[in-house]
Design a protein around this ligand. Structure first.
Ligand code: HEC
Length: 153
Protein backbone atom coordinates (compact mmCIF):
# COMPACT_ATOMS: atom_id res chain seq x y z
CA UNK A 1 0.00 0.00 0.00
CA UNK A 2 2.67 2.47 0.98
CA UNK A 3 4.63 1.59 -2.18
CA UNK A 4 1.59 2.40 -4.31
CA UNK A 5 1.22 5.69 -2.49
CA UNK A 6 4.89 6.45 -3.15
CA UNK A 7 4.46 5.79 -6.87
CA UNK A 8 1.34 7.92 -6.99
CA UNK A 9 3.17 10.77 -5.29
CA UNK A 10 6.13 10.45 -7.65
CA UNK A 11 3.81 10.50 -10.66
CA UNK A 12 2.10 13.62 -9.30
CA UNK A 13 5.46 15.34 -8.86
CA UNK A 14 6.51 14.32 -12.38
CA UNK A 15 3.29 15.78 -13.78
CA UNK A 16 3.86 19.06 -11.95
CA UNK A 17 7.49 19.21 -13.08
CA UNK A 18 6.63 18.57 -16.73
CA UNK A 19 4.00 21.29 -16.40
CA UNK A 20 6.69 23.71 -15.21
CA UNK A 21 8.86 22.78 -18.20
CA UNK A 22 6.01 23.41 -20.58
CA UNK A 23 5.13 26.84 -19.21
CA UNK A 24 8.76 28.02 -19.15
CA UNK A 25 8.87 28.29 -22.94
CA UNK A 26 5.98 30.75 -22.84
CA UNK A 27 7.27 32.97 -20.02
CA UNK A 28 6.62 36.66 -20.52
CA UNK A 29 9.74 38.21 -22.18
CA UNK A 30 9.73 41.16 -19.73
CA UNK A 31 9.81 38.73 -16.79
CA UNK A 32 12.57 36.71 -18.48
CA UNK A 33 14.69 39.83 -19.06
CA UNK A 34 14.28 40.95 -15.45
CA UNK A 35 15.10 37.47 -14.16
CA UNK A 36 18.11 37.21 -16.47
CA UNK A 37 19.47 40.54 -15.26
CA UNK A 38 19.21 39.22 -11.70
CA UNK A 39 21.18 36.09 -12.65
CA UNK A 40 23.82 38.34 -14.26
CA UNK A 41 23.74 40.41 -11.08
CA UNK A 42 24.74 37.33 -9.05
CA UNK A 43 27.71 36.86 -11.40
CA UNK A 44 28.65 40.53 -11.07
CA UNK A 45 28.33 40.56 -7.28
CA UNK A 46 30.25 37.32 -6.87
CA UNK A 47 33.20 38.27 -9.07
CA UNK A 48 33.33 41.71 -7.38
CA UNK A 49 33.50 39.91 -4.03
CA UNK A 50 36.38 37.74 -5.24
CA UNK A 51 38.33 40.79 -6.47
CA UNK A 52 37.65 42.79 -3.29
CA UNK A 53 39.17 39.93 -1.28
CA UNK A 54 42.07 39.42 -3.70
CA UNK A 55 42.91 43.12 -3.57
CA UNK A 56 42.66 43.13 0.22
CA UNK A 57 39.97 45.83 0.20
CA UNK A 58 38.17 43.80 2.86
CA UNK A 59 39.61 41.02 4.97
CA UNK A 60 36.93 38.29 5.02
CA UNK A 61 39.14 35.81 3.18
CA UNK A 62 36.89 33.02 4.51
CA UNK A 63 34.26 34.29 2.00
CA UNK A 64 36.36 33.41 -1.04
CA UNK A 65 34.87 29.93 -1.49
CA UNK A 66 31.34 31.27 -0.96
CA UNK A 67 31.74 33.79 -3.80
CA UNK A 68 33.31 31.19 -6.08
CA UNK A 69 30.51 28.70 -5.40
CA UNK A 70 27.82 31.38 -5.92
CA UNK A 71 29.42 32.28 -9.24
CA UNK A 72 29.63 28.61 -10.24
CA UNK A 73 25.93 28.06 -9.45
CA UNK A 74 24.86 31.19 -11.33
CA UNK A 75 27.04 30.25 -14.33
CA UNK A 76 25.03 27.03 -14.62
CA UNK A 77 21.83 29.09 -15.07
CA UNK A 78 23.13 31.43 -17.78
CA UNK A 79 22.22 29.40 -20.87
CA UNK A 80 18.70 28.73 -19.51
CA UNK A 81 17.80 32.40 -19.27
CA UNK A 82 18.10 33.22 -22.98
CA UNK A 83 15.04 31.52 -24.50
CA UNK A 84 14.52 32.45 -28.15
CA UNK A 85 12.79 35.77 -28.66
CA UNK A 86 13.33 37.01 -25.08
CA UNK A 87 14.09 40.59 -26.02
CA UNK A 88 12.45 43.80 -24.85
CA UNK A 89 13.48 47.46 -25.19
CA UNK A 90 15.07 47.14 -21.72
CA UNK A 91 17.29 44.29 -22.84
CA UNK A 92 20.83 44.61 -24.14
CA UNK A 93 20.81 41.05 -25.49
CA UNK A 94 21.80 41.11 -29.18
CA UNK A 95 19.68 39.18 -31.72
CA UNK A 96 22.92 37.40 -32.74
CA UNK A 97 22.48 35.24 -29.62
CA UNK A 98 19.75 33.32 -31.40
CA UNK A 99 21.13 33.48 -34.95
CA UNK A 100 24.50 32.26 -33.66
CA UNK A 101 23.43 30.05 -30.76
CA UNK A 102 26.33 27.57 -31.04
CA UNK A 103 28.87 30.35 -30.44
CA UNK A 104 26.78 31.81 -27.63
CA UNK A 105 26.45 28.38 -26.04
CA UNK A 106 30.23 27.89 -26.24
CA UNK A 107 30.70 31.24 -24.44
CA UNK A 108 28.31 30.08 -21.71
CA UNK A 109 30.14 26.76 -21.35
CA UNK A 110 33.50 28.56 -21.23
CA UNK A 111 32.20 30.53 -18.25
CA UNK A 112 31.02 27.33 -16.55
CA UNK A 113 34.47 25.78 -16.93
CA UNK A 114 36.26 28.91 -15.69
CA UNK A 115 33.89 29.12 -12.70
CA UNK A 116 34.48 25.45 -11.81
CA UNK A 117 38.25 26.10 -11.92
CA UNK A 118 37.77 29.12 -9.65
CA UNK A 119 35.98 26.96 -7.07
CA UNK A 120 38.92 24.52 -7.05
CA UNK A 121 41.41 27.39 -6.70
CA UNK A 122 39.36 29.06 -3.94
CA UNK A 123 39.18 25.79 -2.02
CA UNK A 124 42.95 25.42 -2.41
CA UNK A 125 43.45 28.87 -0.87
CA UNK A 126 46.49 29.89 -2.94
CA UNK A 127 46.01 33.58 -3.75
CA UNK A 128 48.08 33.50 -6.96
CA UNK A 129 46.06 30.55 -8.27
CA UNK A 130 42.78 32.24 -7.28
CA UNK A 131 43.88 35.44 -8.99
CA UNK A 132 44.72 33.57 -12.21
CA UNK A 133 41.41 31.67 -12.14
CA UNK A 134 39.45 34.87 -11.43
CA UNK A 135 41.15 36.55 -14.38
CA UNK A 136 39.99 33.71 -16.62
CA UNK A 137 36.44 34.10 -15.31
CA UNK A 138 36.63 37.79 -16.19
CA UNK A 139 37.81 36.88 -19.68
CA UNK A 140 34.83 34.53 -20.02
CA UNK A 141 32.41 37.35 -19.08
CA UNK A 142 33.97 39.65 -21.67
CA UNK A 143 34.12 36.82 -24.21
CA UNK A 144 30.33 36.80 -24.25
CA UNK A 145 29.51 40.46 -23.56
CA UNK A 146 31.67 41.73 -26.39
CA UNK A 147 29.93 39.85 -29.20
CA UNK A 148 26.48 39.42 -27.66
CA UNK A 149 25.63 42.48 -25.54
CA UNK A 150 24.88 45.90 -27.00
CA UNK A 151 27.12 48.60 -25.50
CA UNK A 152 25.57 51.05 -23.06
CA UNK A 153 24.26 54.21 -24.73
C1 HEC B 1 27.06 33.49 -22.51
C2 HEC B 1 27.03 34.92 -22.46
C3 HEC B 1 27.35 35.67 -21.19
C4 HEC B 1 28.27 35.37 -20.24
C5 HEC B 1 29.25 34.22 -20.20
C6 HEC B 1 28.17 36.41 -19.24
N1 HEC B 1 27.20 37.30 -19.58
FE1 HEC B 1 26.64 38.91 -18.49
N2 HEC B 1 25.28 39.39 -19.91
C7 HEC B 1 25.09 38.73 -21.10
C8 HEC B 1 24.08 39.40 -21.89
C9 HEC B 1 23.61 39.01 -23.27
C10 HEC B 1 23.65 40.49 -21.11
C11 HEC B 1 22.52 41.47 -21.47
C12 HEC B 1 21.21 40.87 -20.92
C13 HEC B 1 20.00 41.73 -21.17
O1 HEC B 1 20.09 42.98 -21.05
O2 HEC B 1 18.93 41.14 -21.47
C14 HEC B 1 24.42 40.46 -19.87
C15 HEC B 1 24.29 41.38 -18.84
C16 HEC B 1 25.10 41.43 -17.72
C17 HEC B 1 24.99 42.42 -16.66
C18 HEC B 1 24.00 43.57 -16.61
C19 HEC B 1 22.74 43.12 -15.90
C20 HEC B 1 21.72 44.24 -15.81
O3 HEC B 1 21.22 44.48 -14.71
O4 HEC B 1 21.40 44.86 -16.85
C21 HEC B 1 25.95 42.12 -15.74
C22 HEC B 1 26.25 42.85 -14.44
C23 HEC B 1 26.65 40.95 -16.21
N3 HEC B 1 26.10 40.55 -17.41
C24 HEC B 1 27.71 40.36 -15.54
C25 HEC B 1 28.37 39.23 -15.99
C26 HEC B 1 29.55 38.69 -15.35
C27 HEC B 1 30.23 39.27 -14.12
C28 HEC B 1 29.89 37.60 -16.08
C29 HEC B 1 31.03 36.65 -15.82
C30 HEC B 1 31.22 36.16 -14.48
C31 HEC B 1 28.94 37.47 -17.17
N4 HEC B 1 28.04 38.48 -17.09
C32 HEC B 1 28.98 36.46 -18.11
C33 HEC B 1 25.74 37.59 -21.51
C34 HEC B 1 26.70 36.91 -20.78
Amino acid sequence: MSIIRTFAAAAAVATVLSGIGATQAADDPAAVVEYRKNVMGILGGSISGVFALLEGKVSWSQHMVNHAVALDKAAKMVLDVFPEGSTTPESRAKPEIWTNWATFEAAGKALQMAAADLVVAAEGGDMAAISAAAGKVGDACGGCHKPFRTPKE
